[in-house]
Ligand binder design. Structure first.
Ligand code: SF4
Length: 403
């Protein structure tokens, strides 16, 4: 049976964080209930449209899925199981935010087959959490984390955020140390991004201008400091038994996140919910981003076609899609390289040949030679992967694979 991953987007949060530009917002009970019904209708639609596909992973993300009443998650998962065969060993993750978890929610997730939690700690410093606009304190996180263990979760990711205003390697070390001492199976470390339209953008935009001009910023860490934070993070995590398997992701052996690995290996996935994206039959789809529009459209989902300017032809989509981009052969190869090289194991030459019918050397010999000479890339008979320096200069490296 052909496999597929499933991503389910829950776009609701108790309160918007100061740096967040994700598709998420607070919502009243009525909107939540209407949305969850729409989501179930979308899942039911794809149960038929994608009949015969087996789910290898399910990821309920957001937003804050753990903010939702458990009955919503229950009916959501019941709909998934009704519509799709799910692999026995499927990885099923739900994103949780401290301050929204209860024993009864956790027990409910376990009963529904959820076997992985991703908890957004971000910082172990309460002042930093306040600055970020998070609803929790470190103590609340700790209670939620311990509760999750008591309820039997043995695969937990903890999300951390570095390069916050005022961060130094020493400061972030305190957060890392506390996270590591709990022994989660997986740790993700992303750097703070200052995005337009957020309160942080207004507050730190001049620092951003300075950073871009190579001038020392006032509150945000300089490029040098951010680099040192990254190195310290890698050092601490690797010494604590976490292997880096992707630029921002570390795991104990056997606990690498399978859902995200699927994205980096360009496996097919279906995204359902507000603004969710999918990769199916070499087409990238994005769902409608307006809550009202999405709920209305979910009553009458139908197949359609949309004109794709890049490919110059009509491509198939549904009435829930806002955008559909068919990927040219060239775009597929570029994605294969820049997504695959995010992982420390890099890309398998055989998979490239299998996907495109050409050897990766035939297509990219010049870039491979240049990058190996610069000691950013390593070539073996079966693989290509980035050196540590290559990982640090990932943005430069991926540009070399644009055709
Ligand atoms: S909890 Fe996450 S998704 Fe929600 S507002 Fe904060 S950063 Fe955004």
């Amino acid at each position: 049976m052909k496999e597929m991953e499933l991503y389910i987007h829950i776009p609701f949060c108790m309160k918007k964080c100061n740096y967040c530009d994700f598709l998420s917002a607070p919502a009243d009970e009525k909107s939540q209930s209407a949305y969850m019904e729409g989501l179930n209708r979308e899942i039911a639609y794809y149960g038929k449209a994608q009949k015969g596909r087996e789910l290898s992973t399910i990821y309920i993300g957001g937003g804050t899925p753990s903010w939702m009443q458990e009955s919503y998650i229950e009916s959501l998962m019941e709909e998934v199981y009704r519509q799709f065969p799910v692999r026995k060993d499927a990885e099923i993750t739900i994103e949780c935010n401290p301050g929204t978890l209860t024993r009864s929610k956790l027990e409910c997730y376990r009963q529904l087959g959820v076997n992985r939690l991703s908890i957004g700690l971000q910082s172990a410093d309460n002042e930093e959490l306040k600055l970020l606009g998070r609803i929790h304190t470190y103590e609340i996180f700790l209670r939620n984390y311990e509760l999750a263990r008591e309820c039997g979760f043995s695969n937990i990711n903890v999300d951390l955020m570095d390069s916050l205003p005022g961060h130094t390697p020493e400061k972030f070390f305190e957060t890392l140390k506390r996270a590591v001492s709990l022994g989660p199976e997986h740790i993700s470390c992303y750097s703070l991004m200052i995005e337009e339209g957020t309160p942080f953008y207004d507050r730190y935009k001049f620092d951003m201008v300075k950073l871009r001009a190579g001038i020392e910023p006032e509150e945000l860490p300089s490029e040098d400091t951010a680099f040192q934070i990254g190195k310290m993070t890698q050092d601490v995590l690797e010494k604590s038994g976490y292997a880096r398997y992707e630029i921002s992701n570390y795991a104990k052996k056997g606990y690498e996140g399978r859902h995200n690995i699927g994205y980096w290996q360009r496996r097919e996935y279906l995204g359902v919910g507000l603004g969710a994206s999918s990769l199916l039959e070499e087409t990238r789809y994005s769902n409608l981003r307006g809550l009202k529009e999405y709920i209305e459209a979910s009553y009458y989902i139908e197949g359609r076609t949309m004109y794709d300017g890049h490919l110059g032809r009509q491509i198939r989509c549904t009435s829930l899609h806002e955008q559909a981009d068919g990927l040219s052969r060239q775009a597929q190869m570029e994605e294969f390289m820049f997504l695959g090289l995010r992982m420390t194991e890099g890309i398998e030459k055989g998979r490239f040949y299998q996907a495109f019918g050409y050897s990766v050397n035939f297509v990219y010999q010049e870039a491979i030679d240049r990058l190996t000479e610069q000691e950013l890339l390593v070539e073996t008979p079966v693989r290509l992967y980035l050196t540590e320096r290559g990982m640090d200069l990932n943005n430069y490296v991926v540009r070399q694979f644009l055709l």
